[in-house]
Write a protein that binds this ligand. Structure first.
Ligand code: 5GP
Ligand code: ZN
Length: 113
């Protein structure tokens, strides 16, 4: 996707504070952190949102989920974390490349706003 900011980060066309990368996923610090640890974990394949996910994406997204605990541990998160995926307008998704927010190192509230 030509105009996708996260594709540009994946392609190293624009900088990001990357903390984990493999062939399938990338994790980097959010530009505007909402918690002491606030990472974005993205599949390298451009998918607009969860609404775009198909059977062929199961392996990539399963792998992403399996890596969450390791990425959290790498940030010293020991007492829990929250994984958030905003999908679409009502959820206030602003970047149209599927991503998961990993938030940690503070007590979260529920329900979310
Ligand atoms: P959304 O609202 O779509 O779920 O979240 C998008 C997130 O991407 C926001 O938390 C925002 O701070 C972050 N973000 C937007 N542009 C950039 C960028 O260029 N670099 C990084 N690292 N984060 C970004
Ligand atoms: Zn993209």
């Amino acid at each position: 996707m030509d105009n996708c900011i996260f594709c540009k980060i994946i392609d190293k066309e624009i900088p990001a504070d990357i903390i984990y990368e493999d062939d399938v996923i990338l994790a980097f610090h959010d530009l505007e952190p909402q918690a002491p640890v606030h990472l974005l974990i993205v599949p390298k394949k451009h998918l607009t949102s969860l609404d775009d996910v198909e059977f062929e994406d199961i392996d990539a997204l399963g792998w992403l989920m399996a890596k969450v605990k390791d990425i959290a541990a790498s940030q010293g998160i020991e007492t829990g974390y929250r994984l958030v995926c905003n999908c679409g307008e009502d959820a206030m998704q602003t970047v149209k490349h599927l991503h998961f927010h990993l938030l940690g190192k503070r007590k979260m509230l529920w329900p979310p706003g």
